[in-house]
Structure formats: C-alpha cells, structure tokens
Design a protein around this ligand. Structure first.
Ligand code: ADP
Ligand code: MG
Length: 243
C-alpha cells in the first residue's frame, strides 16, 4: 500500500544545511497500522509531512497505492491520503463552522450530496447533528479532534497519517479518540501511519512500529515485541525501559 525508500530531507542551505531525514525506508501493508516513535526532534512529523505532500524538496521515493508520489498525483492523493494533526486547529479554521469545514473538501473535489455526506460523517465520529453549526471554540478538545478526523475522512481516503492525534487531549479523552480510531479502522479497513511518543498507544493500536533516532529508522518491530521485550535494538530497549 505504501512504500518509503531512502527518504531524505534537509532544511536550509550552504553552511546552514541541516539534514533531518537520512535514508528513511519502511513499507506498510493495506489495512495495517504502522506506528512511528522516537524522541522529540527525531523526524517523525517530517516523514508524515513529506508523505502528505506538504514538502516537495525531499529525496528518495514514496509510493502510495502503487504509484510514485509526485506533483501530478496531488489531486488524486487527497482522495487517497489524509492527515490528522496533534492540534485540531491544524486542520480546522477558527472562523469556519463544522458544516463549512466538512463541506469544503467536497466542494473542492466537485462531489455532490454534500448535506447527506456531512450528516453521515458526523455520525461516524460520534457527533450528533447539533454540532453542525458550531465553531471550533464552541467545542471541547476531544470534540474538535473528532471534527478534524471527520474532515480527514470526508473524501473517503484509504490512508490516514496521524501525527500525535491524542497528545493534546486529557487522558480520558485520549482513550475515547483512540477507541474511535480503532473502530474506524476495523469498520473501513483503513491503513494508518501514526506518530506518537506513547508506546502504550502503539501497543494498543498499531501492528508494527518503526523507531526513529536522529532522522533515521533504527528499528522496526511488531508491536508485541515492545511488550515481550525480546530482540529489540538497544535504543528501542531504552525507550521501553524509560516508560
Ligand atoms: P518530531 O516530530 O520527531 O518531534 P520533527 O519531524 O518535527 O520531529 O523535526 C525533526 C527535525 O527537523 C527537528 O530538528 C526540527 O527542528 C527540524 N525541522 C522540522 N521542520 C522544520 C522546518 N520547517 N525548518 C527547519 N527545520 C525543521
Ligand atoms: Mg512531531
């Protein structure tokens, strides 16, 4: 479904060149949930941003659904891959109602039946119709994240890129959102790539995990290996022992 080969990325130029990704490679099967963990600054979000088409100056090869990611497939890519950010304001405009946030992608892609689709997607993420005309500031953090997930799902993508989608939420709300993500995946067979600093989240939701350190993937493991604790790279071992 997804293959990333020798992904490299640098910011700046000349003496200020700062290489943040070094030959990052991994692949994710259809329907799989792949976690990316590692300390802050290790490059997790940058990997997702490259895959979401938010950066264009990377090196290497990214294949999604059997096609190489490039400028030309940008429009189709939106239908295939969507991203959810840590802060729902990453995808929600503060002065747009839920209805506007959810209708907009449909209008952009010329998809009809807007009202019915918006109603269905709200239901899917556990929000009733009364949320339609609310603004982001009129909702709790968890409700806002539900709307952000609904916006990511409205074009019926096959792949969700999730960047710490529960990190900004209260612990009890985190569990609700994780359960929603698990449920959506089971129901629709979505493929997830999920960045998190929480190994508990990986064990709960992901099939496999890639461990990043200083812009490289140093270990890839089935999630159970984090529980069992055998065969881990020393760096991964350290992460497990620290939690
Ligand atoms: P993580 O998500 O693992 O915490 P990031 O992917 O956000 O890490 O960042 C990886 C590195 O790239 C960090 O050193 C960060 O400072 C740097 N970085 C990220 N985005 C930019 C940018 N737009 N310009 C310059 N440096 C950046
Ligand atoms: Mg990050």
């Amino acid at each position: 479904m997804i293959s990333v080969e020798k992904l490299g990325l640098a910011f700046g130029s000349g003496a200020d060149l700062h290489k943040v990704l070094h030959e990052v490679s991994f692949s994710v099967a259809e329907g799989e949930a792949f976690g990316l963990v590692g300390e802050s600054g290790s490059g997790k979000s940058t990997v997702l941003r490259c895959m979401a088409g938010l950066y264009q100056h990377w090196q290497g090869r990214i294949e999604i659904g059997g096609r190489a990611l490039g400028r030309k497939i940008y429009r189709e890519r939106c239908r295939l891959v969507q991203m959810v950010f840590q802060d729902p304001y990453g995808s929600l405009h503060p002065r747009h109602t839920v209805n506007t946030a959810l209708s907009e992608p449909l209008h952009i892609h010329g998809i009809g039946d807007v009202d019915a689709r918006v109603g269905q997607i709200l239901k899917k993420v556990g929000l009733d119709a009364s949320f339609r005309y609310r603004y982001p500031h009129q909702m709790s953090g968890g409700q806002r994240q539900r709307v952000a997930i609904a916006r990511a799902l409205i074009l019926e993508p096959r792949i969700l890129l999730l960047d710490e989608p529960t990190s900004a939420l209260d612990v009890s709300v985190q569990a609700e959102i994780l359960n929603l993500l698990a449920e959506l995946r089971e129901r629709d067979g979505l493929t997830y790539i999920m960045v998190t600093h929480d190994l508990g989240v990986v064990v709960h939701l992901c099939d496999r995990v890639g461990v990043m350190q200083h812009g490289r993937i140093v270990d890839v493991q089935p999630s159970e290996a984090l529980v069992v604790g055998h065969g881990l790279h020393p760096y991964t071992r350290g992460l497990v022992d620290a939690t």
